[in-house]
Design a protein around this ligand. Structure first.
Ligand code: CP
Length: 326
């Protein structure tokens, strides 16, 4: 067990080694059990976390805030729009100053080709751990919660389990590519055979796909990219279909919308779920565009694990905070 995480940042999925992620999962399970038993686990008494949001959130905000309280500390919600960040506080200033007030700085900044750079700039200036609550490249805490959920449903040995990370149609907005990127990076280290499915215009960052391929080679698992949703779903043990924007093809709003609209048929419905293994599970990080990305029948159906998945955000985040900020 690798436990040397105190003081560490968690910005990209691969910042923690596979052994360190195993430690996070073990601690998360222990904390989940402690909460279920009503057992105290105030590992961060008198500690404070800054939660700096440049984008809206339901689950991430709620779970970090509740998690800090359960660990005996406090989380301060800071909205970029209502601080002097909107008038020019720089990333370096935030790192320096919040690093002196708080024991950890968590940031959500998803602006394409900016968010990850911003978080790293804060981290360089900060004397306390910086945690990525989602950027343009990674959503590492979502992915830890997803991994914990898959393990709970399918067992710790995920070898030969087929996990499909698929694009899905949505009309609400051009969503970040960080969730599928984190999934293909992390799951290829944990024994799953990963299939990435998307229409040709919805590619992920080539360097991330290459890292996933390297992980797959190193851990002797499958990693395939296909452009057909039905083909991907066939015999899958886990399906994780969600929308993302065509950011590698175009950042133009109208052009992007036209590309998204070409693929309205990429919905997860009962017919598609029947292509998967008999005991398959349906996952989504939420929020989902109901009726477009997925039918109500599937997301509210017996194979959907979306609420367990959302709950696990709390437990993995508490584990990382306890390990890095204590
Ligand atoms: N899945 C997720 O990150 O949800 P929020 O955007 O509501 O935080």
């Amino acid at each position: 067990m690798q436990t040397h995480l105190r003081g560490r940042d968690f910005i990209g999925d691969l910042d923690f080694s596979k052994d360190e992620v195993e430690t996070v999962l073990d601690v998360a399970m222990e904390l989940k059990r402690a909460r279920a038993m009503g057992a105290p686990h105030a590992y961060l008494r008198d500690k404070a976390l800054a939660m700096l949001f440049f984008f809206t959130s339901t689950r991430t905000r709620g779970s970090f805030e509740a998690g800090m309280a359960q660990l005996g500390g406090h989380a301060a919600f800071i909205d970029s729009e209502t601080t002097q960040i909107s008038h020019g506080d720089t990333a370096k200033e935030i790192g320096e100053i919040f690093g002196r007030y708080f024991d950890g700085i968590a940031i959500r900044q998803c602006d394409w080709q900016f968010g990850n750079r911003y978080i790293n700039e804060v981290a360089r200036a900060s004397r306390v751990p910086v945690l990525n609550m989602q950027c343009d490249v990674y959503h590492p805490f979502q992915c830890l919660a997803d991994l914990l959920t898959i393990i709970e449903k399918k067992g710790r040995d995920l070898r030969r389990k087929k996990v499909v990370v698929s694009w899905a149609y949505a009309a609400s907005y051009s969503k970040p590519i960080s969730v599928p990127q984190s999934l293909i990076l992390q799951l290829t280290r944990f024994g799953c055979d990963v299939v990435l499915a998307h229409p040709p215009e919805f590619k992920l960052m080539p360097e991330i796909v290459e890292q996933a391929r390297d992980n797959a080679r190193k851990h002797r698992v499958g990693f395939d990219v296909v452009h057909d949703m039905d083909e991907a779903f066939r015999d899958a043990d886990v399906v994780y279909p969600k929308s993302w924007g065509p950011l590698l093809t175009t950042t133009g709003k109208e052009e992007g919308k036209a590309l998204i609209d070409k693929y309205r048929s990429w919905i997860t419905d009962q017919r598609r779920m029947e292509l998967t293994a008999e005991d398959s599970i349906y996952m989504h990080c939420l929020p989902a565009d109901r009726g477009l990305e997925v039918t109500d029948e599937v997301i509210d159906g017996p194979r959907s694990v979306v609420y367990d998945e959302a709950e696990n955000r709390l437990h993995v985040q508490k584990a990382v905070m306890a390990l890095t900020m204590s």
